[in-house]
Structures are given as structure tokens and as C-alpha cells.
Design a protein around this ligand. Structure first.
Ligand SMILES: C[S@@+](CC[C@H](N)C(=O)[O-])C[C@H]1O[C@@H](n2cnc3c(N)ncnc32)[C@H](O)[C@@H]1O
Length: 304
């Protein structure tokens, strides 16, 4: 074996070195990735579906392996079966929460799809504030992920109404993921998150820089509140909302679960309230209690 080090004066000498004289650095132990078998896929798919409503196709084994692998290793489990029983037996629910954080797709951005926020600014909010006059207005972003949707709504409210008196407004964001809600409540975003959807002018106006990150200013943050909430659970005690955003979450659910969720949402929408869903979603065949309405390029839903 010859070893050549280009540019090194002593190359010839090196070429005569035998492998036995080379100090071989030990490689760090390469851990074998634990794979998931078809029984375990079924076990986890059912477990995750029961916890979150998220439907995982058997063909998505890689998703379970990649997203849950680190937690499994951290829990020192030697198989997905051991990991499953450890998670089920964990009364603190810490492992369960980690699984939920890992399995949920928290993809979001400020002013996502633009048109719902134009609709909010030019039609929905003026109508709602006119009708409610002195009564408080309640807005809910169900499945708000890391908060960008809620802060986009808050910025629209601030621009429409001026400094907002919190007593006449409830703007709440909820999500099943603890990690997402934690970030949302804190309102801190990295450069990548900030650059997605947020115009420079709004960034300068409503955020302050913290090293490489940006934090939403308190005047906007104080308009909002965030809670952990599972759309698969009971909606008892939720009260009624004037405006509900439920975007890009039901796409992960089965039709049966979508039907249940949108019926529960219908129960907590004011009779003249507004529902906004994702741009690729539809309630046709899901919840006939809602009727789609069009305003310019946007679609929103109201109760029949
Ligand atoms: C793709 S994000 C959508 C965020 C935002 N609504 C948007 O459109 O940009 C989907 C969010 O739904 C949340 N989620 C998934 N299952 C949920 C459930 N059963 N209850 C509440 N939130 C859930 C996830 O944690 C994730 O943050």
C-alpha cells in the first residue's frame, strides 16, 4: 500500500511506509441503527393514531425509524417492541410527549398562503368587530405549531385596530406538541424561520433581534396565549369562537377523524362565525354543517 500526500516534501519517504507503521486512529463505534419490523409498524401506527389522530401508512416505516430512533436510543431500548412497552408503561408521560413532538410535522410560516390574512384584514375582522361592538372577539388557531400563524393574525389585528386592548380580544393558539407550544409562547425565531413569509418591514416593526434570532415584541405577544390541546380529545369547556383557523392539520387524519374534528369545531363556532382551513383542504364530504363561501380569491366556511 502506498500513501501519497500531495504537496508534502517527504512524499517519497511516505510511499515506503508499511501499513503496520501507520498509527490507525480508532473509528468511533458505529452503532447499528435499529430497524422496525412490520408488527412494530402496526403497533406504533395504532399507538400514534390513538394519541394524535395522525395516520401513518405501513409504507412509512422509515418515518418511524428516523423520527423515533433517537428517543429509542436515549431510552436504551434494543428494539421498537421494548420501546413501545416502555413508552406505554411510562406514567410520567415524558416518553409519550417526546414521541408526539417527534412525530408531528410542525411545518409552518408567517402569513402562510397570504390570502387568508387578506381575507381576515379586509372582510372578516371588519365584519366581526362591527357586529360585536363592545363584546369581546374570540379567535382560535387550532394546531398553531410554533406560533407563526397566531402572530400573523396578531399583526393583522394590530395594523387594523392600532394598539389592542387585551380585554376585548382573546387570541389563542393551541397545538398537541409541547415543544411547538413552548416556542410559540416564547416567540423566538431563527433566521430561517424569520425569512419565511415575513416581509422586512414587519420584521423591523414587530420583532427585536436577539443575537442571531428574532423575538416577537411584547406588544404583539401580550395579545396572544398558547395552550397544549389535542384535537382528538373532548372540546368541552372550549366556549364559542368568532373565528377559527384550523389549517394543514386534518390532512394527517383519517376521514373518520376529520369528520369528528370538524363537527366538534362546528360546535364551538359562533352561529355567524368564520372557519378558515388550509388552501389544499376541503370540507366537502367531511362536515355538511359548513357551507363554503368565496371572497375574492379566498374561501372560508360558515355554519348553514
Ligand atoms: C403542518 S402544522 C400546521 C401549522 C399551521 N396551522 C399552518 O398551517 O401553518 C400541523 C400542526 O398540527 C399539530 N397537530 C397534529 N395532530 C394534532 C392534534 N391531534 N391536535 C392538535 N394539534 C395537532 C402538529 O403538532 C403541528 O404543529
Amino acid at each position: 500500500m502506498s500513501i501519497s500526500r500531495p504537496g508534502h516534501q517527504d512524499n517519497k519517504k511516505d510511499a515506503t511506509l508499511s501499513t503496520s507503521r501507520i498509527a490507525v486512529k480508532p473509528f468511533p463505534a458505529i452503532r447499528k441503527r435499529i430497524t422496525i419490523n412490520s408488527t412494530e409498524i402496526q403497533l406504533f401506527a395504532r399507538y400514534i393514531n390513538d394519541l394524535t389522530g395522525i395516520h401513518i401508512e405501513p409504507s412509512k416505516a422509515y418515518l418511524l425509524e428516523t423520527r423515533l430512533g433517537k428517543i429509542l436510543e436515549h431510552e436504551s431500548c434494543d428494539s421498537f417492541t421494548t420501546f413501545y412497552y416502555k413508552a406505554k408503561a411510562d406514567t410520567s408521560k415524558i416518553i409519550e410527549k417526546q414521541i408526539i413532538d417527534a412525530i408531528t410535522t410542525n411545518e409552518t410560516l408567517f402569513f402562510r398562503d397570504a390570502s387568508p390574512f387578506e381575507l381576515l384584514k379586509h372582510k372578516i375582522l371588519p365584519e366581526v368587530f362591527d357586529k360585536r361592538s363592545n363584546k369581546s372577539v374570540r379567535i382560535w388557531s387550532a394546531a398553531c405549531s410554533t406560533g407563526q400563524e397566531v402572530y400573523s393574525i396578531a399583526i393583522i389585528l394590530r395594523e387594523l385596530l392600532g394598539p389592542v386592548n387585551g380585554t376585548n380580544l382573546k387570541l389563542v393558539g393551541t397545538d398537541i406538541s409541547d415543544a411547538a407550544i413552548k416556542q410559540a409562547s416564547y416567540g423566538m425565531y431563527n433566521k430561517f424561520e424569520i425569512e419565511r413569509g415575513l416581509p422586512r418591514e414587519r420584521l423591523q416593526r414587530y420583532f427585536e433581534s436577539h443575537g442571531e434570532n428574532w423575538k416577537i415584541k411584547d406588544e404583539i405577544r401580550f395579545m396572544t396565549s398558547f395552550n397544549r390541546f389535542n384535537l382528538m380529545g373532548s372540546f368541552a369547556g372550549m366556549g364559542k369562537y368568532d373565528i377559527i383557523f384550523c389549517r394543514n392539520v386534518a390532512i394527517y387524519f383519517t376521514l373518520d377523524d376529520r369528520i369528528k374534528v370538524f363537527n366538534k369545531i362546528a360546535d364551538c363556532l359562533e352561529p355567524d362565525g368564520y372557519l378558515i382551513i388550509g388552501s389544499t383542504e376541503s370540507l366537502t364530504g367531511v362536515c355538511p354543517r359548513f357551507v363554503p363561501k368565496r371572497h375574492l380569491k379566498s374561501i372560508f366556511y360558515q355554519l348553514r
